[in-house]
Design a protein around this ligand. Sequence first.
Ligand SMILES: Cc1cc2nc3c(=O)[nH]c(=O)nc-3n(C[C@H](O)[C@H](O)[C@H](O)COP(=O)(O)OP(=O)(O)OC[C@H]3O[C@@H](n4cnc5c(N)ncnc54)[C@H](O)[C@@H]3O)c2cc1C
Length: 432
Amino acid sequence: MPLEEQNYWLSTTQFPTLVASRPVPELVDVAVIGAGFTGLSAARTLAKRGARVAVLESESIGWGASSRNGGMILSGMKLGVNKLISRYGRERTQRMYAASLASIDCVEQIVAEESIDCDFVRSGHLEVACKQKHFDDYARQAEVIAREFNHTLRVLQKQELSSEIGSDIYYGGMVDEVSAGSNPARYVAGLSRAVVKAGAEIFEHARVEALERNPRQGELGWKVTTSRGTLWAHEVFVGTSGYTGKATPALQKKLIPIGSFIITTEVLPEPLARELSPRNRMIYDSKNYLYYYRLTPDRRMLFGGRAAFFPETGETVRRSARILRRGMIDVYPPLSDAKIDYVWGGTLDFAFDIMPHAGQMDGMYYAVGYAGHGVAMATYQGQKIAELMAGDKPENPFVGIPFPGAPLGLYNGKPWFLPFAGAWYKFLDWVS
Ligand SMILES: Cc1cc2nc3c(=O)[nH]c(=O)nc-3n(C[C@H](O)[C@H](O)[C@H](O)COP(=O)(O)OP(=O)(O)OC[C@H]3O[C@@H](n4cnc5c(N)ncnc54)[C@H](O)[C@@H]3O)c2cc1C
């Protein structure tokens, strides 16, 4: 299968053109690092409040995970609700779950306010069970979610699944009508236009190389050295997610960058597309090493997974394309002759406790750790941390939870253990 790496979403999206030669300003209120959902959402909120904001992006707008993802805007978090309750207690977990629902509203509201043409639609999501015991757990989860969070999920027996998915390999499913889908590249491009409209400046190809705190109390906070020059900033906000690097070493050590990969087929005939996904849901399965898939607005099957654990390179992308195509045909045999038009990869950020984290570290503000649930949560955290910086006291249950590092401190930001972690997750899928 000879294939060039190419991101389907980018082929549908026009990004704003910025003046490449413009010098970075000498002084700003806030330097935002990273022009993905997190950084742009923060910049938009801050600029609307009148702050002078420079967004510094080492590549180009949306270059990171924000233009590369599946566009699934999902309720809940990566960890299951029982795990969350046992770890954080009922009250905080209730607030976390409410925040996950509010984060979808937050995206919907920004899309409407800024008239972003990104195919946002409340299509709902479908989780499908790969084993009987995974399905048995759905009923228990739905009951806890209804009781504790007053939110309704619909559990579907195997024989009811054909109204949701044209595949008979699963043991049942669970639907949340509240989740949504979008074209993420168009969304991040639209968000960047909203940032500029609000009065902030975005600098592409401006890698932040060093951050130094001014040692003199009461004077300007940060000296920010970038590949396009130096600026001073009263505050720094870090939204670098899976691409967090040496400029913020303390944060880098708390995050594991993990590769995720996607293929998309050619445009499918309408009857076939309808047969595969009759309700156009955002779909993912119940494994640790999971597959996620959906139709694109122009009726391609988009099929993703953590096919290789390492971040994207030519080699991991090509290998993943082969693995994902086999996985897609296992789910959907009628796609065995479908041409694969696009394949690409991107990097997710996992914290060691698989939770989102936000707040202040070493005097900098940050929001990270979305673990593949970042379209809505990154937008929301960017907004909430910006409100905190502006002096509000926004509700944010993820601020202040423990942010663990690697066990025994055995990690310097280079994930040497990923092959072992990948093998471990495969093993868990086999036994659990
Ligand atoms: C293949 C894939 C599929 C996914 N699918 C989904 C999905 O369907 N639903 C969902 O909710 N989530 C999904 N995710 C996760 C989601 O895309 C991310 O959580 C989200 O985009 C994170 O946004 P962000 O702005 O924090 O980070 P990013 O979009 O990764 O942006 C970080 C930016 O920081 C920049 N940067 C890094 N270091 C520096 C520096 N020193 N100086 C300047 N700039 C710097 C990078 O260049 C990058 O552009 C997926 C992710 C991937 C990779």
